[in-house]
Design a protein around this ligand. Sequence first.
Ligand code: FES
Length: 118
Amino acid sequence: MSEFISVAKVGDIPEGQGRSYPVDGSMVGVFLIDGEYHAINDSCPHMGASLASGYVEDGAVTCPWHAWRFCVKNGTWLDNPQSKLKTDCYEVSVDGDEIRVRLAETDPVETDPVENES
Ligand code: FES
């Protein structure tokens, strides 16, 4: 399991926005939503735009290139939540004034096919 890596200081990310940071060769988008930090893969699964530069509203980030929307808390593709498409999400911890991210994917959200049958 990978270690937590410091990416930013508390105060670097304005409430309701995201910022992207390099972590172990990958870009991670870190968002501050209602006082809590969340981290997802910064690369949009559609064509790779930086999700951290997208508009954030109600816990959803809108990709700046083609407007696909993702939940910043669990990576779900909100335009089609029944799809298995999602972006990875990562653990975030705050240690003193350091915002830290661990790249190991947490709690992958995959749609249970049984739940989709109706
Ligand atoms: S690159 Fe994100 S929606 Fe197209």
